[in-house]
Design a protein around this ligand. Structure first.
Ligand SMILES: NC(=O)C1=CN([C@@H]2O[C@H](COP(=O)(O)OP(=O)(O)OC[C@H]3O[C@@H](n4cnc5c(N)ncnc54)[C@H](OP(=O)(O)O)[C@@H]3O)[C@@H](O)[C@H]2O)C=CC1
Ligand SMILES: CC(=O)N[C@@H](CCC(=O)OP(=O)(O)O)C(=O)O
Length: 335
């Protein structure tokens, strides 16, 4: 059995992951943690999420120095479902204790520390560790995850976008100067559990945000290897992301070439192509660990539209983290 603790376990991503770990045959939950002075410390997780009653009844513990030392002594790995700077500050001690770290935040997704002040609003406290991290987009980089102790679980929008675009990039299908245009809508759970005015029921209405400055733009560009225009939108639903992506393809590109590019996912039980003429809906993926893709080519104008749907809390966070954990520790069961 591999023992994994979850820090940030009362949040949407952490609680979702705790439930997945508790239900995984090869894993055992090594503890659930919140901030030292959290109002939720001492409560069973199932008190916050009654649907987890009998599944995850472990109590949430405040992350004191003593609790952190105990965690380090008892666990093989730790998942950080905490905000970026909290994750970045915790990682050195966890690595020093020999743990494998799975960071669900954006705290370790870039090698270039200069991204952090520009897109995250802080100087990275441990830039040298960025060079040690591997990017856990499991459908593309599974081979890098075994030998590394620090795994940066991708962001939700980048997961949806990269799974759609990387096959096309790899096949050399984009026109030289094209910038794929990604319009993506996320459910409100993407903003986390804590109360904020913009996620208040009466305030939520379909709207773009983070226009031309969202931190997921450089993440998508880094792992795609070319510029994109990314515009996120907040939708009035709880979970799921739908990214609709428009790109210009080389003149003469055929449907057969595009179909061949996406054959990379043939046999995958996580990334699936819908039959021609069908388009994914967020409700089709909500609660699942899937990414559903569909595309259509206008061969007259060399325009390709690809749609990609995931659950932001699952393939966009917790289930992808679980895949990283299982691959890293060599467990055959990936979900
Ligand atoms: N929601 C989503 O769809 C996705 C989220 N992510 C990333 O995952 C991370 C968590 O997101 P999400 O679950 O939405 O966030 P939430 O706000 O829902 O949860 C944050 C969690 O962190 C805990 N926490 C806060 N400060 C500390 C601290 N100093 N030490 C330990 N625990 C702390 C909170 O509990 P308390 O405040 O009571 O201490 C809570 O359990 C973020 O980095 C986010 O960007 C990634 C992909 C998708
Ligand atoms: C709706 C909403 O607010 N979504 C979040 C995305 C959260 C996430 O996946 O991203 P990180 O792990 O990179 O924080 C946002 O746009 O900030």
């Amino acid at each position: 059995m591999t023992t994994i603790a979850v820090i940030g376990a009362s949040g949407y991503a952490g609680a979702t992951l705790a439930k997945l770990i508790a239900s995984s045959p090869a894993l055992t939950l090594g503890g659930l943690y919140v901030s030292e002075n959290s109002l939720d410390a001492g409560k069973p997780l199932s008190q916050l999420y009654p649907g987890m009653l009998g599944v995850v009844d472990l109590p949430l513990q405040g992350l004191s120095a003593q609790a952190l030392a105990g965690l380090c002594a008892q666990c093989d790995g730790v998942a950080l479902a905490t905000e970026h700077l909290v994750s970045a500050s915790l990682v050195p001690q966890l690595l020093q204790a020999g743990l494998s770290v799975f960071d669900l935040s954006g705290g370790h997704r870039f090698k270039d520390a200069a991204i952090y002040p520009t897109y995250y609003g802080f100087e990275h406290p441990h830039p040298a560790l960025l060079l040690e991290a591997e990017y856990g987009l499991v459908d593309w980089y599974a081979h890098t995850l075994k030998g590394c102790k620090l795994i940066a679980v991708p962001g939700c929008y980048p997961t949806a976008s990269l799974l759609a675009l990387k096959p096309l990039k790899q096949a050399g299908i984009f026109q030289e100067s094209t910038m794929p245009v990604i319009n993506a809508v996320s459910g409100v759970s993407g903003a986390g559990r804590k109360a904020q005015l913009n996620t208040h029921l009466c305030e939520v209405s379909l709207t773009p945000y983070g226009v031309l400055g969202h931190r997921h733009q450089p993440e998508i560009e880094t792992y795609l290897g070319q510029p994109v225009v990314f515009t996120p939108h907040l939708g009035n639903f709880k979970r799921g992301i739908l990214a609709t992506i428009t790109c210009q393809v080389k003149p003469g590109t055929t449907e057969a070439e595009i179909a061949e590019a996406f054959e990379i996912y043939q046999g995958s039980d996580k990334v699936k192509l819908l039959p021609a003429g069908s388009w994914p809906k967020v409700d089709d993926v909500a609660g699942s660990d899937l990414c559903l893709l569909a595309w259509k080519l206008d061969s007259q104008r060399n325009v390709l539209v690809v749609a990609s749907a995931i659950d932001n809390l699952m393939k966009g966070a917790a289930s992808q983290a679980l895949e990283c954990i299982n691959i890293h520790f060599g467990h055959e069961v990936y979900s």
